[in-house]
Design a protein around this ligand. Structure first.
Ligand code: 3PG
Length: 212
């Protein structure tokens, strides 16, 4: 974790997912999120134009930390870095993804859902991981259990997080941020309703402020 990324996550501990197949739409989504106060975004590699969207956002908003999410292989991690990603997120733990990120001095948050996976990540030198899918993998109770053992690890729960349970995750001291797609609903994007994305971002950060 770079100092800048952890500083931004302290100020805005929510990482919205951006999924788009169109550069200008991706920039509009990012703008709406930044208008709502977000400082860190994650562009997921789930569309044909995902790398272009990632690059468009990093070019439009150089001050923002823009990670690549759903990174499944070392090759994808390399390509994401070449397109401007400043951190790497994976749904699971894979050595090649971690190695590429570490070779590039780039923060990497692989997904873990069990103590065994977390212990593997810990032994790769990682001290911040994604907890995925947070809701189904045991939610806040599981996180508290993992945190009681892995005392120097911080987590980004993602998967099943929403405005309804955000505070429950954020109040756990080892949670550095929560990620999720609830801030960028596909129907709002399809309708060009970027104002509602800004509202969702504001609402999430207001919830996050209350933990301080
Ligand atoms: C991810 O890529 O991290 C998850 O798909 C996010 O899960 P969510 O859609 O439940 O927020």
């Amino acid at each position: 974790m770079t100092d800048n990324l952890s500083k931004l996550l302290t100020r805005a501990p929510v990482v919205p997912l951006v999924q788009s197949n169109d550069r200008s739409e991706a920039v509009a989504i990012a703008q709406a999120l930044l208008d709502g106060g977000m400082l860190v975004l994650e562009v997921v590699l789930r569309t044909d134009a995902a790398y272009e969207c990632l690059e468009a956002i990093t070019e439009a908003f150089p001050e923002v930390e823009v990670g690549a999410g759903t990174v499944l292989s070392g090759a994808q991690a390399e390509k994401a870095i070449a397109h401007g990603a400043t951190f790497i997120v994976s749904p699971g733990l894979h050595e090649s993804v971690v190695r590429v990120a570490q070779d590039n001095n780039m923060p990497v948050l692989p997904g873990i859902a069990t103590a065994t996976e977390l212990q593997q990540a810990w032994n790769m030198g990682l001290r911040t991981v994604k907890f995925f899918p947070a809701g189904l993998a045991g939610g806040p109770k599981m996180l508290k259990a993992l945190s009681s053992v892995f005392r120097d690890v911080t987590f980004m729960p993602t998967g099943g997080v929403s405005a309804a349970n955000l505070s429950e995750f954020l109040e756990i001291p080892s949670v550095i941020a929560c990620g999720g797609s609830w801030l960028t609903p596909a129907d709002a994007i399809a309708a060009g309703d970027f104002g509602s994305i800004t509202q969702l971002a504001k609402e999430a950060l207001a919830i996050a402020q209350r933990r301080k």
